[in-house]
Design a protein around this ligand. Structure first.
Ligand SMILES: *[C@@H]1O[C@H](CO)[C@@H](O)[C@H](O)[C@H]1NC(C)=O
Ligand SMILES: *[C@@H]1O[C@H](CO)[C@@H](O)[C@H](O)[C@H]1NC(C)=O
Ligand SMILES: *[C@@H]1O[C@H](CO)[C@@H](O)[C@H](O)[C@H]1NC(C)=O
Ligand SMILES: *[C@@H]1O[C@H](CO)[C@@H](O)[C@H](O)[C@H]1NC(C)=O
Ligand SMILES: CC(=O)N[C@H]1CO[C@H](CO)[C@@H](O)[C@@H]1O
Length: 357
């Protein structure tokens, strides 16, 4: 009798304390795909939810107070994916102090405040793929975040300080975006040898700067080079980690390094020269300025040298084509001659035939 009473009380209690359009179990609240346009009130929960699933609804905006309820500290996973969210007010997640996984994918987010999760000390995963960060990748601040997913989100730019405030990041997903260039600076401050990035299926342009970044990522095992990485230059497409990429680096980027090498060598020589002179003159300061000016001259000279080199190349190509032109001409001449002979013979045989006939 007493247990029955308790059971009915429990049943009634569970019914009234779980929000109307949700299903509650001991550790989970499910309000999936119920056309909710506001986050329901979780004020009188009876259970202790570690999972709060609000995906597939129509929230459009998340407001301060939406997740401010007595048991908010129990929630470890929050699903808000596929919920037509356009705007998230800064601070809305702060009451979920122990949140670990936050799912905001498949929404219409185009910007986020830098400190959107900065107060969540245990956050590990922020899933935001399939959004609309058209202008730039959002800069996120978090001491604990390990996984940041921004795949397929129309991102065309990564700010140089994008990873600066994510000291624990281990996985960054940026595949299938609209990235054309990537700056070396982004990864310079990234956690050493622990970060793994996905950057495939982006419309990279071929440039030595991009190549340098990809080389760096490969050397530090930041990237899976078996993924397709292609860059384009005009109508040509190159496999960045394939032979095309290697050829590109050899043809264009190595030469730049050589120029810098030459420049450094000349600079060293000039420095030495200047030093010897100024040693006599006892006037270091002034000479340094002059040295700098001279370096710019050397630089333009090195560029001139490459032009000369190009000219040399041009003459080489010209002479090669002249020679090959001659050879081709000769071969054609011979072929034409023999063809003519044959043709004449045919004519003769034909006329013979005609005569016979
Ligand atoms: C709750 O669970 C029942 C039975 O599994 C299901 O029919 C109902 O759609 C669920 N409601 C919600 C809000 O998920
Ligand atoms: C929300 O994301 C989770 C995890 O990726 C997924 O299992 C779930 O199906 C998604 N919900 C909706 C409504 O798409
Ligand atoms: C040239 O010198 C600068 C500084 O003096 C150095 O940073 C750079 O790496 C050098 N470049 C090469 C190709 O040695
Ligand atoms: C500069 O002086 C040092 C030592 O006096 C000498 O070995 C060196 O050859 C000089 N360099 C030039 C460029 O004159
Ligand atoms: C700008 C410039 O040419 N600076 C010095 C470079 O070196 C020459 C010769 O050593 C000097 O005459 C220039 O003043």
């Amino acid at each position: 009798m007493r247990t029955l009473f308790l059971l009915t009380l429990l049943a009634v209690g569970l019914k009234s304390e779980c929000p109307e359009k949700c299903n509650c179990t001991e550790t989970e609240i499910d309000c999936i795909t119920h056309g909710l346009d506001t986050v329901p009130s979780f004020e009188y929960l009876d259970n202790t939810p570690t999972i709060l699933d609000l995906s597939g609804n129509l929230f459009i905006e998340l407001n301060i107070g939406d997740f401010d309820f007595p048991k908010s500290k129990d929630v470890k996973e929050l699903y808000l994916n596929n919920s037509e969210i356009v705007y998230v007010n800064n601070g809305v997640f702060n009451p979920l102090e122990n949140l670990q996984n936050l799912y905001l994918g498949n929404n219409y987010l185009s910007d986020l405040d830098e400190s959107i999760i900065s107060k969540l000390d245990d956050i590990i995963l922020l899933e935001m793929s399939n959004n609309y960060f058209t202008e730039r990748m959002p800069v996120i601040k978090s001491q604990s975040l390990e996984v940041l997913s921004l795949a397929n989100s129309k991102i065309s730019q990564i700010p140089k300080h994008a990873l600066k405030y994510l000291p624990n990041l281990k996985l960054l997903l940026l595949q299938q975006n609209n990235l054309k260039t990537i700056s070396f600076d982004i990864f310079q401050k990234a956690p050493a040898n622990t970060l793994f990035v996905k950057l495939s299926y982006n419309p990279w342009t071929c440039s030595c700067d991009n190549m340098a970044v990809f080389k760096h990522l490969e050397e530090r095992s930041f990237i899976d080079t078996s993924d397709p990485f292609r860059c384009s230059q005009g109508q040509f497409e190159i496999d960045i980690y394939g032979k095309g990429g290697q050829d590109y680096i050899e043809a264009f980027c190595q030469k730049e390094n050589e120029i810098i090498d030459n420049l450094n060598a000349s600079r060293a020589m000039i420095d030495e020269n200047r030093y010897n002179q100024t040693d006599e003159e006892n006037n270091l300061g002034e000479s340094n300025v002059e040295t700098n000016e001279n370096i710019s001259i050397i630089y333009t000279k090195s560029v001139d040298t490459t032009q000369e080199y190009n000219n040399l190349n041009f003459y080489l190509i010209l002479s090669i084509s002249t020679v090959s032109g001659f050879i081709v001409g000769a071969v054609f001449g011979i072929l034409w001659y023999s063809f003519n002979l044959k043709y004449k013979r045919l004519e003769l045989t034909d006329s013979k035939h005609q005569l016979i006939n």
